[in-house]
Ligand binder design. Structure first.
Ligand SMILES: Nc1ncnc2c1ncn2[C@@H]1O[C@H](COP(=O)(O)OP(=O)(O)OP(=O)(O)O)[C@@H](O)[C@H]1O
Ligand SMILES: [Mg+2]
Length: 267
């Protein structure tokens, strides 16, 4: 069967449970009866208290984990293990310290069988997109945290995935760098609309970025509410200082406050 270019960008999570069964300990029901549909090219953010299963959901979407119950599909194909259709970005960059920036970005392409010179050309284009073409020959240790995370994103985009999965990618950055990075991410996304699933603890970051914000309930995680965010794009960072924006943030916070308190042992 011929898969269209965007088809793999449609993600469907259908009635999924994920139960961890650690040796000699009680099973952990991380996710229960979870349903979610993400459209091709959509930007979805996921928020929820610590332990609500956000990272677990992302690992399921990537194929690193298999559901205990239910199904996950990407386009018309079930997700059965990691695929080049999907790329993951984690909180801490996992760049190769002994490789230059450009070789880090080219790495996935050469793994996929591309000739090194062509892979480097493609890598350079991605570095231009994240504003780091001038750093191509540097080593990761020579970059700031924000720059390293941009290299990390360039590396994920280099393999031209249909789906970009990001697990708190800006959590290690200072507040100002983080704001600028989220605006940059939207700019990059707008040039080449991948399906994006983005996990964050920061509700204002989620609302600024997303077409829809998925709010998970506390463990076992399930979809508590899906909040549409209809602000027009492109979005200025100043949007975050407006009343309509604040109202959506307040609404989402009201949904999870009790659970965040619970996860801290407070009432
Ligand atoms: N490999 C594992 N074995 C056993 N339990 C696990 C495993 N991975 C995660 N869990 C449990 O599953 C639940 C959900 O974990 P997960 O990492 O998905 O939460 P999260 O929402 O990403 O939290 P945080 O916001 O702190 O990153 C937690 O109770 C966690 O302890
Ligand atoms: Mg997590």
């Amino acid at each position: 069967m011929n898969h269209g270019p965007n088809e793999a960008g449609r993600l469907v999570v259908d009635d999924v449970d994920l139960v961890f069964t650690p040796a000699r300990r009680d099973p952990v029901v991380a996710l229960e009866n979870l349903d979610l549909e993400v459209e091709p090219g959509e930007f979805v953010c996921v928020v929820g208290a610590s332990g609500s299963g956000k990272s677990t959901l992302l690992r399921l979407l990537d194929g690193m984990l298999t559901p205990t119950k239910g199904t996950i599909t990407s386009g018309s194909a079930p997700v059965a293990g990691p695929s080049r259709d999907r790329a993951m970005v984690f909180q801490s960059d996992n760049l190769l310290p002994w490789s230059t920036v450009i070789d880090n970005v080219a790495y996935g392409l050469t793994l996929g069988g591309m000739r090194r010179s062509r892979a480097r050309q493609a890598a350079l284009r991605q570095l231009e997109l994240v504003g780091l073409a001038d750093s191509a020959g540097q080593y990761p240790r020579e970059l700031s945290g924000g720059m390293r995370q941009r290299v990390n994103i360039a590396r994920a985009l280099a393999v031209d995935p249909q789906v970009l999965l990001l697990d708190e990618p800006f959590a290690a950055l200072d507040a100002q760098t983080r704001e600028i990075m989220s605006a940059e991410l939207l700019r990059i996304w707008s040039t080449d609309r991948k399906t994006v699933v983005f996990i964050t603890h920061q509700i204002d970051e989620a609302v600024y970025l997303a077409d829809r914000v998925v709010v998970l309930s506390a463990r076992p995680g399930t979809v508590r509410e899906i909040v549409p965010v209809d602000f027009e794009r492109p979005r200025e960072l100043s949007l975050k200082r407006t009343d309509p924006f604040g109202r959506i943030v307040d609404h989402i916070w009201s949904l999870i406050e009790v659970e965040v308190r619970g996860s801290l042992g407070l009432s």
